[in-house]
Design a protein around this ligand. Structure first.
Ligand SMILES: Cc1ncc(COP(=O)(O)O)c(C=O)c1O
Length: 375
């Protein structure tokens, strides 16, 4: 049997309690949502959904082609200009997903003979970028500038340090200033994934690199997704003009992929404009995360102090993490559940996301459900 080995793998997964299944979300879900990445509560904001619908009406349901053929509209170039200006970079390029943006930035900036130094806690899309790149990858200890320094030390030729700004599993932030220093000492570039920083960190949500004072530097390239704080879909790479022009000519996930759908571009643009008008949303997401953390640790839970909008709560085992999340759901609360192999350290967690639009009563209810269902 050609695919007989699949059943063997499925059995092993069942034994380890690691089976994943899909569960369609109803449009009018009654659950209190602490599972999505809609940090600013914009995915269903009327201004954003109206802009998505209007963009589809004007430009079509699909982009109709790759960006270099028919897939670039005025909406795409306007979005790129406004994203670059907002985050403090010379130029920007949008992609169909954040995943594709990461593959593009990492592969295009790591030619033959180059060194990629990659944080051990990086997101799968950065890891896959390193796997696809022509350079050699060295994985270094999590958030450790000295390990970066050591890895870069002896290398001659192009090098990049690749790191998330906020790590998706535990919600902790990378020490960006110190990492930038370590990279600069040996002339290496930085590729930073700000998926969880854009809209939450920096001045009015301008992102973690802006907050760390390194946005717009000639050796810094930042990627982000449009699918979290901006409530849409898609990805972006931000950086010096020469780097963006290089991506247009060399990044395979840019060249060989259909452009970002107009509705997604329209929604992201509207969300960005709304965030410029209402910068307090970023601070509110951080405040909600801090409150969640304080209340959960006061109840004796082991959680990681959040640097952005993700709060990670330790669970005793993969099976009990899954059961805990299920019991939360049965009690009306949707939470995320991270377990191996998504977490390389083997520690299972509940992952809670702080949305800027959660009320204090909702936060209290969330903590009460998590406490009452504790394994
Ligand atoms: C850190 C990080 N980078 C990149 C991505 C991928 O972005 P997208 O969902 O837009 O493909 C995600 C998750 O979605 C993420 O958490």
């Amino acid at each position: 049997m050609a695919f007989g080995w699949i059943e063997e793998q499925a059995r092993a997964r069942r034994r380890a309690g690691l089976v994943r299944t899909l569960r369609p979300r109803p449009a009018d879900s009654p659950l209190l949502d602490l599972a999505s990445n809609d940090y600013l509560g914009l995915a269903r904001h009327p201004e954003i959904t109206r802009s998505a619908a209007e963009a589809a009406r004007v430009w079509g349901a699909g982009a109709t082609g790759s960006r270099l053929v028919t897939g670039t509209t005025e909406l795409h170039t306007t979005l790129e200009g406004e994203l670059a200006a907002f985050c403090g970079f010379e130029a920007a390029l949008v992609f169909a997903t954040g995943y594709a943006a990461n593959l593009a930035a990492v592969t295009a900036l790591a030619p033959h003979g180059s060194l990629l130094v990659s944080d051990a806690g990086n997101h799968a899309s950065l890891i896959d970028g390193c796997r696809l790149a022509r350079g050699t990858t060295q994985v270094v200890a999590h958030a450790d500038p000295d390990a970066v320094r050591k890895a870069l030390g002896a290398h001659r030729g192009p090098a990049v340090l690749v790191s998330d700004t906020v790590f998706s599993v535990d919600g902790d932030a990378a020490p960006l200033g110190r990492l930038a220093e370590a990279a600069r000492e040996s002339g290496a570039g930085l590729v930073l994934d700000d998926a969880h920083g854009l809209g939450v960190l920096g001045e009015g949500g301008r992102g973690a690199p802006q907050g760390a004072g390194i946005a717009g530097a000639p050796d810094v390239v930042v990627t982000a997704t449009l699918s979290k704080s901006l409530g849409s879909q898609g990805g972006v790479v931000l950086g010096p003009e020469a780097v963006i022009a290089h991506l247009v000519n060399a990044a395979r996930t840019f060249i060989f992929d259909t452009g970002l759908a107009p509705a997604a571009a329209g929604a992201a643009l509207a969300a960005l404009r709304l965030l410029r008008r209402e910068p307090e949303r970023a601070a509110r997401a951080r405040e909600v995360a801090a409150t969640l953390y304080e209340r959960l640790t006061a109840e004796g839970f082991e959680a990681v102090r959040p640097d952005a909008a993700v709060v990670s709560v330790r669970a005793p085992s993969p099976e009990r993490a899954v059961r805990w999340a299920e019991e939360c759901r049965a009690a009306g609360l949707a939470v995320g559940c991270f377990r191996p192999p998504s977490v390389p350290d083997g520690v299972s967690r509940l992952r809670l996301t702080a949305r800027a639009d959660l009320t204090d009563a909702e936060l209290r209810r969330a903590v009460e459900v998590i406490r009452a269902t504790r394994p």
